[in-house]
Every structure is written in C-alpha cells, then in structure tokens.
Design a protein around this ligand. Structure first.
Ligand SMILES: NC(=O)c1ccc[n+]([C@@H]2O[C@H](COP(=O)([O-])OP(=O)(O)OC[C@H]3O[C@@H](n4cnc5c(N)ncnc54)[C@H](O)[C@@H]3O)[C@@H](O)[C@H]2O)c1
Length: 328
C-alpha cells in the first residue's frame, strides 16, 4: 500500500514508518520538523518506497495531492508536549485543529482510511480510573492554557466522528496515553527522556510537584503495533479507542527506577508546577487507561515493561548523547 504519515519525522510517526516500510509498504512522510527531527528518518531515506517531504500539513494543496495518491493516512502531526503548549498556545490550537480539518476533509473526499491520534489529556481532571472511552471529559477553564491541547484534540475527535456519522469515512480515533521510548526528546517537557538523561549523566533530576502524581508508560513499539492494527480493522472505524499501557507508576518511583537502573548518583530536586509552567497550571494526579476496548477489538496487549523502556532510552542516549537534546 501507499501510506501517508503526517508528522512521520516525529517520535511515534518515525517508529510507525519503520514498521510499515519493513512490511513492504510505500511510505510518504510529511513533516515540518517543528518538534520532529530529520535524524529520526535519515536511515529510511535510501529505502525503496520511502519519501520525505518537508512541509506543513496546513499546505492544503499539497495535502490534497498526497492524500489522493495514498491508500491510508496516519495523521501523527500535531503540536505536542505540555511545555510547548504553555509557551505557544496560538500555534498549538491552530496546528492541531486546522491540520486535522485539512486531513479529514481530503480523506473524506477521496474515501481514504485515516487514523487520528487524540490524547489521554482529554480525560482532563477525571478521577474514576481507569479511564474508559465513554467517560465524561472534565477539563479546566479556558484561561488555563494547559487545557487548550485537550480541547483542540477533543474537537478533532468530534470532527472525525462527525465525518463517520455523515458519510461513513473510515476513521479511527485513538487516545494515546504516555508513549515513550527511543527518539523521544525531553526538550518539550517529556518526563522519561528528561529523567533518564539526567540519571546517566549524574545530574540532578527535576521533579515538578511532589512526585506522587502517577502515569502509565507505554513502549512506543507496543503502541505502533496497535496503531497499525487499528487501521486494519473495520470494526474500529467510527470508534474512539484508548491505547498505551495500564501499569501505573508514580513520578517519584520513575525517578528512583531510572537512577537504580543506570547506576546513577543523581539527586532529586523538587520544583512547584508554577515555577515550571507558570501560574495557574493544573495537573492530573492519575491517568490510567482502560484497555478493554483495544483488547476486544484488536487483541491489544502491551508486552514491554517500564524497565524495557528505561533500558532502551538509556541505551540510545549512551550511544548517541546528542539524541537527548535535554536540559534536565
Ligand atoms: N507521545 C505521547 O505520549 C503522546 C500522547 C498522546 C498523544 N500523542 C499524539 O501522538 C501524535 C504524535 O506525537 P509524538 O509524541 O510523536 O510527538 P512529536 O512531536 O515527536 O511528533 C509530532 C510531529 O509532527 C510534526 N509537526 C508538527 N506540526 C506540523 C505541521 N504543521 N506540519 C507537518 N508536521 C508537523 C512535528 O515536527 C513532529 O515531527 C500527536 O498527535 C500527539 O498529540 C502522543
């Protein structure tokens, strides 16, 4: 098949490109390299059937051409990461919503299968863990920029489901929970690469808040497996589906594990959220996915653990220190 991956030079998109090119598909990546990196796809450039286009998904004329000639689209391009969202609220909203609008519009016109990633952030301040796809969404007020990411992604979800409802566009919406692994940078506030990089360099590890907040970390290779199955499975069309890992770990435990596994002498440093992200920042204490729907529809079962993740990320940073781009 001919497959278009928007944001394919990013963290998740580039792993997806690796998998799909390995299966013999022709892959076109469009990426404006805003948070993505050329080095994530450099190794694919000489593979037959791979093409990289450096441009924006907001270029509607180009997107029409690329979508028309593709069989499937994975729309991974997005503004990503809490830090970026707090610093650039306007472009965050525009990139997410306008980009998805362009993609869905042409996928609808040319009847192409399309996957739209959303995020666990849409569950907002929900407290009834594990989060199920049909749960109410509870975000904060509009003067708290953090929620702009969740709300823009929620609007993406509504638009995708509206296309399904009106014209049966074969679209799958996937809510990704924290997805981590090699190639993710800590530059935009991602916690695992920040901690692992600090640990292997014996630098202090900065924890925002008191560290008792918890997350579930999914290995990118498990997630990418799930993404491709979702678009292979017509029962998933018109559905919203959680994907990630459901093993919970507090941020304090994560820091301690990263130090132990890398034999680090780092010390832990705590700073308030306000200092990291500005006044009025609100965080979610827990974020656990119910993976029941993904299990039922595609037999999804993550096989990689947090130890695997830390080992893989530490290996990458040791081999390619420049990969981290982190100032912890
Ligand atoms: N990694 C996670 O934990 C996570 C969690 C929830 C949701 N997601 C979603 O998964 C998708 C991929 O995220 P990621 O973690 O790989 O982040 P990433 O930042 O590595 O990837 C996003 C890619 O999109 C590109 N991009 C941004 N704006 C663009 C534009 N206008 N035109 C073309 N390319 C553009 C960036 O350069 C980057 O390569 C995103 O939709 C994100 O919201 C990721």
């Amino acid at each position: 098949m001919k497959i278009l991956i928007t944001g394919g030079a990013g963290f998740v998109g580039s792993h997806l490109a690796d998998k799909l090119i390995g299966e013999g598909h022709e892959i076109t990546v469009i990426d404006n390299l805003s948070t993505g990196r050329y080095s994530n796809v450099a190794h694919l450039e000489d593979k037959p059937g791979f093409r990289l286009i450096i441009d924006t998904v907001l270029n509607a004329r180009l997107m029409e051409e690329l979508i028309r000639e593709s069989d499937r689209v994975y729309h991974m391009a997005s503004a990503v990461g809490v830090k970026l969202i707090m610093e650039k609220p306007v472009s965050t909203i525009e990139t997410i919503f306008r980009g998805t609008d362009v993609v869905l519009d042409f996928c609808s016109r040319y009847r192409k299968r399309v996957l739209i990633p959303s995020t666990s952030e849409v569950y907002g301040k929900g407290i009834s863990v594990p989060f199920k796809e049909e749960d109410d969404l509870l975000t904060g007020s509009t003067d708290k920029h953090r929620w702009a990411y969740a709300c823009a992604k929620t609007l993406d979800e509504f638009l995708a489901l509206a296309h399904w409802k009106e014209t049966r566009l074969p679209v799958v919406v996937v809510r990704l929970f924290n997805t981590v692994g090699p190639r993710q940078t800590g530059q935009y506030g991602m916690v695992v690469p920040r901690f692992v990089n600090a640990a292997i360099n014996n630098e202090s590890i900065t924890i925002f808040g008191d560290g008792t907040q918890a997350r579930c970390f999914g290995h990118v290779l498990d997630v990418v497996e799930g993404l491709s199955k979702l678009l292979d499975t017509p029962e998933c069309f018109g559905q919203v589906i959680n994907l990630g890992n459901d093993q919970e770990c507090s941020i304090n435990e994560l820091a301690e594990k990263a130090m132990k596994m890398t034999g680090s002498s780092s010390i832990l440093k705590y700073i308030p959220y306000e200092e990291a992200y500005g006044d009025g920042f609100e965080d979610m204490r827990r974020r656990v996915p119910s993976l029941e729907k993904a299990r039922r529809l595609i037999g999804y079962q993550p096989t990689r653990t947090l130890d695997d993740i830390i080992n893989d990320v530490a290996d990458e940073f040791r081999k390619k220190p420049e990969a981290s781009y982190v100032n912890a």
